[in-house]
Structures are given as C-alpha cells and as structure tokens.
Ligand binder design. Structure first.
Ligand code: SF4
Length: 327
C-alpha cells in the first residue's frame, strides 16, 4: 500500500476544507471498499480524511420523512424501529447486502459510494477505462457475466453494486450534500451516472462535496414490499439481478407502485414505465408479467450475460408477487 497522510477532523467544515487542500484526497468512514482498493493499488489517495467523528450518525424524523445520517452503520439502519415501520423495503435491502461483519462497519454514505465490482477494475494489470481513462475496457470482449444490460457505453459496461441504492431510488429519496459552495439536495436518482465517455466518474458529486445523509419521504409503501436479490450464493455476494418492488393496494387493485433494479446498469435502474403500467390493474401474475416485459425494453446483452435477459423479468415478476403477498 502507498504511504498516505491521515487526518481526523471533528467538524464538517474542517473535513470539507481538508479535502479542498488536495483534489486527490479521499474521505474514509467504514473503509470496507476503499481499503481494499488501496491495498490492490486501484486507488492511491495521498491523504485520507477520516470522517467518523463528524456528527452524522443519527436517524431522525424530518419534516416530510426520515433523515438518515451518512455515518449510520448499515446494520443499525436495517434494525432501526422507525426504518422498519416506515421503510421496510430499505431494511430488507440492507439485510441482503454483504456479511454481518461488513454491515457492522459499512456506513450509509460509503454504501452509496462503493465502486463497481468489475474484476478488470480491480486488476491493475488489465485495461480499464474507469481506473485508467483511455486504457480500454477489458470486460467488453472479456468475461462479462456480471455486467450491464442497460445504459452502458462502448467505454464501460460495469454495474453499480449497492443494494441500498436501488431502494433509495425506488423510494424517491434525496441525498443531502455539503461542499465548498454550500449545502444542497440532490434527487437520489441523480446521484449516480451512466458511464458515457467518462466512466471514471461514478457520481454527480461536485469536487469536495461530502454526503451528510439521505432523506426518504413518507410513502404508502409500508406493507406490500419485497427486495429480491438473485446471487450466486446465499450470502455475501453481489447481485446478478435485484429488484425492489413496492405496491400500494386497495383490495387487489394496485393504487401505486415502485420498481427499481440493481445489477443491470451503471446506476440503480428505476422502472418508471413499468410502474405506471401497474396502476389501476389487478395484482395478478399477468399484470406483473406485462410490466416486466415493458421494463425490459431496450435491454441488450453481451457474450456472457444473456441469461440476464430472462433472469431480470422473472425476478421482477417474482418480486411483485412476493410484495403483493406480504403484509
Ligand atoms: Fe473498467 Fe468498466 Fe470496462 Fe469494467 S466495464 S473493465 S470497470 S471500463
């Protein structure tokens, strides 16, 4: 591992100022992804700004929803009474992410900023436009079983790995930011980017911005919800495909719906057209199958991930069936 400086501010302003002094510096909280990347030489920040002493570790009621600080641990969010009552879909997704040990270290802010698990990104001997812009994409013609079927470019076909982020997109959350230009709110759906010509940029954060937390608006999606994660083994694996499904039902009629997928694109993939198609319809398998077909329009596979073209719609249907049946 390269040598680096380490500072541990206690105030948000001081943390932002510390980052402004060096464009290559990095914030660190749980470190569950960043330290791996540093050990492998994928990221070599000269300066780490440990933000664990900042006052960003609360879950509290906000004006129109729930505010979760960036430093709240994933395990704390998953077990929190308010979260489980108001946003059980979020609790499900967090419980499905990583191992218990990792959930006890990883923070909400770090979860949303974790980097792709594309194996070429982690192997510094291989070309990767995300790690080294202009070097090429090893996955395009390589081993691409885990890769995207939506929103990719000829520069990068990686997928975003966070389960939590899929639910935050589905629930219309906002991310709260502070940076050299002041504070701002960003729709969670605008936090992550598609790769385009600049796959080295995962997010739309401005230079020097710090994530303070997320706000999730109150919603009727407190009963009929299901996060379905399909993976290669039952624990501690990233999603091949995941679906966050939430229904608001009046008897068996769908009043409102939320749907988003993970493991299919460079960002959490909201299925807005499929959501709209569900409203006013009966909660039946035929309705869910029609929505899944709509959701898959525009999907395109590579040599090794064509299975996702079938797995993804089947996962949507099953997640909606589970959501309708849950209470
Ligand atoms: Fe790198 Fe993206 Fe290609 Fe993976 S898919 S090798 S992360 S450029």
């Amino acid at each position: 591992m390269n040598q680096f400086q380490y500072v541990r501010p206690t105030k948000t302003k001081a943390a932002i100022e510390a980052l402004a002094k060096d464009a290559n510096a990095q914030f660190i909280a749980g470190g569950t992804n960043l330290l791996d990347l540093m050990k492998r030489g994928v990221m070599t920040p000269p300066r780490l700004i440990d933000i664990n002493r900042l006052p960003l570790d609360k879950i509290e009621k906000a004006e129109a929803g729930l505010r979760i600080g960036a430093l709240v641990l994933n395990s704390t969010v998953a077990e929190d009474k308010l979260v489980r009552e108001r946003h059980p879909l979020l609790a499900q997704a967090l419980a499905a992410g990583a191992s218990a040990q990792l959930r006890n270290m990883a923070t909400v802010g770090g979860n949303m900023l974790q980097r792709t698990r594309c194996s070429y990104f982690y192997d510094t001997a291989m070309p990767c436009n995300k790690r080294e812009p202009g070097s090429g994409c090893g996955a395009l013609e390589g081993h691409n079983r885990m890769h995207a079927i939506f929103g990719f470019s000829d520069k990068c076909i990686a997928v975003h790995p966070s389960d939590m982020s899929v639910v935050l997109v589905a629930l219309d959350a906002a991310v709260l930011l502070s940076g050299p230009k002041g504070e701002r709110r960003l729709a969670f759906s605008d936090l992550h980017r598609l790769p385009g010509d600049t796959p080295q940029r995962d997010t739309n954060l401005e230079p020097g911005e710090l994530i303070l937390g997320v706000e999730i608006p109150d919603s009727p999606f407190t009963r009929h919800v299901h996060y379905l994660k399909v993976r290669e083994r039952a624990s501690y694996a990233f999603a091949l495909v995941s679906v966050a499904a939430a229904l608001s039902l009046d008897g068996n009629t769908i009043k409102d719906a939320r749907l988003a997928m993970g493991g299919v694109a460079h960002k959490p993939w909201r299925l807005s057209a499929a959501e709209k198609s569900l409203i006013g319809k009966p909660a039946t398998e035929a309705t869910f199958r029609q929505a899944a077909e709509l959701a898959m329009q525009g999907a395109k596979a590579f040599k090794h991930n064509a299975y996702k073209l079938q797995l993804a719609p089947n996962t949507i249907v099953q997640a909606l069936k589970n959501a309708a049946a849950s209470a």
